[in-house]
Design a protein around this ligand. Structure first.
Ligand SMILES: [Zn+2]
Length: 143
């Protein structure tokens, strides 16, 4: 049996879960939100940091700005790619205009920047918009 530590997308609390193969939703022990909701999660500096550091699953962070055309062009692709990675890769989005701490910490100097993390460590990054296929292949490589 595989035990995974997963940060709740709703309340940011850390859950220890066992992966079952019955495809039933796995509720958060604190707030009952679905931990296996694959939808990209909009984070702040605080919740971004806990997701990067505490998740056992890999984390992708899309640093974007609403005034950045290339960032916005990737919006749907990022969402579509995320749907295939429930409880495998957590897709995060952070508005780098509003939340600058994490962007500073990781030296993000252009948008979009997408960084992959595993166990709190940066694995690699990309600084141009990616298609759904490219994002899916990248997420696959993190499993
Ligand atoms: Zn929760």
């Amino acid at each position: 049996m595989q035990i995974l530590k997963v940060v709740c997308p709703e309340c940011n609390s850390l859950n220890c879960i066992t992966i079952q193969n019955n495809n039933e939703p796995i509720p958060c022990s604190q707030c009952q939100a679905d931990l296996d909701d694959p939808f990209p999660l909009e984070v702040t500096d605080e919740t971004c940091t806990s997701n990067i550091n505490e998740n056992d699953i890999a984390v992708l962070v899309d640093f974007y700005s609403t005034t950045c055309g290339p960032c916005m062009s990737m919006y749907d692709d990022y969402e579509d790619a995320a749907l295939g990675f429930a409880l495998k890769v957590r897709f995060l989005k952070i508005n780098a205009d509003k939340h600058q701490e994490v962007a500073k910490k990781y030296g993000v100097s252009s948008l979009p920047t997408i960084i992959a993390f595993k166990n709190g460590e940066e694995v690699n990054r990309v600084t141009n918009p990616l298609s759904q296929v490219q994002l899916s292949l990248w997420a696959d490589s993190l499993l």
